[in-house]
Design a protein around this ligand. Sequence first.
Ligand code: CU
Length: 68
Amino acid sequence: MEKLLLNIPAIHCGHCAHTIKMELSDLVGVNSVDVDTEKKEISIDFEPPANEQEIRDLLAEINYPAEK
Ligand SMILES: [Cu+2]
């Protein structure tokens, strides 16, 4: 299992957190998603077939692109 910590500047409220959790949870291989609304950070536990690029692409697609 891999863990990914990403900074998402566009997160500003609980609704954002909910949207991100729902969308990422739909990816096969994503086991858990934690969102820290205050720090604008998300932490994702995943395993194949999910991968970091797929997660970053999805976040960009739903307008919550990860920093760096
Ligand atoms: Cu929001």
